[in-house]
Write a protein that binds this ligand. Structure first.
Ligand code: ASP
Length: 594
């Protein structure tokens, strides 16, 4: 006998039936979400990625009923029947709740083992188990939805950028190292024993080469690979929206990206992004918020008390900070009444310690203007008054102080600001604070390696008015680099590039590369720059991060279909894994015996 699959095509997906379908003969396919036996009738909830519809299998159709009695969760079945109204029995919790299908043909297409966890939202199974059975995990509506969103955003992205004359182009996966600041994943060459390809940390050089090749505007939704220690918001391979444009200023590029972000936020969340997006220099962000990606859903700026305190206090932690040419940074919380002594003794110091701070001093300003707390006794009344005036705080304020080397004091205070903002309910999930951070330093000094390293990457152009400082004072050179930040998360970054081979050579040499290094690593690129390079610039946005924000997901793993764990393993395929000796021999690789 012909099966339903052969004789009929699906009427529509299960979540899309409504009252207006009543009376229709329909064919449906899906997974058994649940079944109930009720007064002789067998009810089955039939699920697919759009939702589920209820099947009604009556005893007066004995074959249908007998088959219905055998089904179990996650079996795959086909059904044909009449769409009927549930009358007064409406289930208002689900979109298909007005209707059900009175089944007159039912077929089992696949049986299923009992799944190791229930296929439903908010399942109580540990994540390792879910990752091991990821194909079952992905059936759960809350995950399923994230991937429908992912697809929607991918399509929207292509449309937006192609409508702005971008070409969608591909770049190699087996390639040469691109310095983006992480370790490379290497692939051994069989044909050239002892030689390796690197998986791209980004297609940076290729997208610039596209500009040299006259492609004018390039986009790619591409995979990048970085071998670094993983954190909640990192994966060894991730997806980037990679863009490059010729003949643009950074302002023009920002405007284009702003249009894109506004469209995505509007279409996905119905949120109107205020344009133009606020811009802030790196220096300003560091001074005011202690980090280069401040969360501007609330203000509460930090205050640098170093100069006011210099030579005017005996408070030991402050004196120690002066001895190491450090900084005394303060988080003034205008109304600190919610914070308890326990927060001051435990929570804040613990949070600050995560950024290397040895402690957090504090002071409260009482109703009468008097100060209490760990620093109170060590400051004169005059100094207290000056500090309060400078910080613009008064009675009720709580002041948290970190005295350390500047990078630690800033990072710790930035963290305290977020912790306090969160406790004060200022991190609203429906607020969106977009920000461009601009004018990053070109270089930072690596104390361990005792050399300059590029803060963005070595292809970033210095600001034109800073070119002459490359020779005299590299540390003060600002770059034409920018990051796009949303709610304290770096969504992406880019820069206007160097398009002159001499400037590029100078930057490489400042980074400590010898002529030989430059030749062997970037020879092709430096040569290409000499054949008529248009001024160009670009940016890359982290697609996974953007999705995480838009989907309200807790982790990147919720928006990556087959993610790795924090130990960079895939629990489903069990990769990485050992390979045959023969494969290793072919690659000319000998493993050291343990
Ligand atoms: N290649 C950079 C990155 O992956 C982005 C860019 O400069 O366009 O972060």
């Amino acid at each position: 006998m012909a099966t339903l699959l052969q004789t009929h095509s699906r009427t529509k997906m299960n979540g899309n039936f409504r009252g207006s379908d009543v009376g229709q003969e329909v064919t449906v396919f899906g997974w058994v979400q649940a079944y109930r036996h009720h007064g002789g009738v067998m009810f089955i909830d039939l699920r697919d990625r759009t939702g589920f519809v209820q099947l009604r299998c009556e005893t007066d159709r004995p074959i249908v009923h007998a088959i219905a009695m055998t089904v179990r969760p996650e079996w795959v079945i086909a059904a044909r029947g009449t769409m009927i109204s549930r009358g007064s029995n409406i289930n208002s919790k689900i979109p298909t709740g007005e209707v059900e299908i009175e089944v007159h043909q039912l077929e089992i297409l696949s049986e299923a083992l009992t799944p190791p966890f229930e296929i439903k939202d908010g399942v109580n199974a540990n994540e390792d188990l879910r990752l091991q059975y990821r194909y079952l995990d992905l059936r759960r509506p809350e995950l399923n939805r994230n991937f429908a969103l992912r697809s929607q955003i991918t399509q929207m992205t292509r449309q937006y950028f192609t409508a702005h004359d971008f070409l969608e182009l591909e770049t190699p996966i087996l390639t040469k190292s691109t310095p983006e600041g992480a370790r490379d994943y290497l692939v051994p060459s069989r044909v050239h024993p002892g030689q390796f390809y690197a998986l791209p940390q980004s297609p940076q050089q290729f997208k610039q080469l596209f500009m040299m090749a006259g492609m004018d505007r390039y986009m790619q939704i591409c995979r990048c690979f970085r071998d670094e220690d993983l954190r909640a918001d990192r994966q060894p391979e991730f997806t980037q929206l990679d863009l490059e444009m010729s003949f643009v200023s950074r302002e023009q590029l920002w405007e284009l990206l702003e249009g894109y972000a506004a469209q995505v936020w509007q279409q996905v969340l119905g949120v109107q992004v205020q344009l133009p997006i606020q811009r802030m220099s790196y220096q300003h962000a560091m001074d005011k918020y202690g980090c280069d990606k401040p969360d501007l859903r609330f203000d509460m700026p930090l205050f640098d008390a170093t100069e006011l305190l210099r030579g005017r206090t005996e408070f030991r932690p402050f004196v120690s900070a002066f001895e190491i040419r450090g900084m005394i940074k303060v988080l003034p919380i205008p109304d600190g009444s919610t914070f308890t002594r326990k927060d001051l003794d435990t929570l804040f110091p613990q949070e600050a310690a995560q950024h290397g701070a040895k402690g957090v001093a504090w002071a409260r300003i009482g109703e009468d203007g008097s100060w209490s707390g760990t620093v109170a006794k060590s400051l004169s009344d005059e100094l207290k008054a000056e500090l309060a005036a400078a910080m613009k705080v008064g009675p009720g304020a709580l002041l948290l102080w970190v005295a350390d080397k500047p990078s630690t004091a800033n990072a710790a205070c930035a963290r305290l600001r977020l912790v306090a903002g969160d406790r004060l309910g200022l991190l609203g999930k429906t607020n969106w604070a977009f920000l461009w951070v601009t004018d990053f330093p070109m270089f930072e000094y690596d104390d361990e390696e005792k050399r300059w390293v590029a803060m963005h990457h070595p292809f970033t152009s210095p600001r034109l008015d800073h070119m002459d400082k490359l020779d005299t004072d590299p540390g003060s050179v600002l770059a034409q680099a920018y990051d796009l930040v949303v709610n304290g998360i770096e969504l992406g970054g880019g820069s206007i590039r160097i398009h002159n081979s001499e400037v590029q050579a100078k930057v490489f040499s400042l980074l400590g590369l010898s002529d030989e290094d430059i030749r062997s690593k970037f020879g092709f690129f430096v040569d290409a720059l000499k054949y008529g390079t248009p001024p160009h610039g670009g940016i890359a946005l982290g697609v996974d991060r953007m999705l995480m924000l838009l989907a309200g997901a807790e982790s990147l793993r919720d928006v990556i279909a087959f993610p790795k764990t924090s130990r960079a393993t895939c629990l489903m395929t069990e990769s990485p894994s050992a390979v045959d000796d023969k494969q290793l021999r072919e690659l000319g690789i000998a493993l050291a015996k343990p």
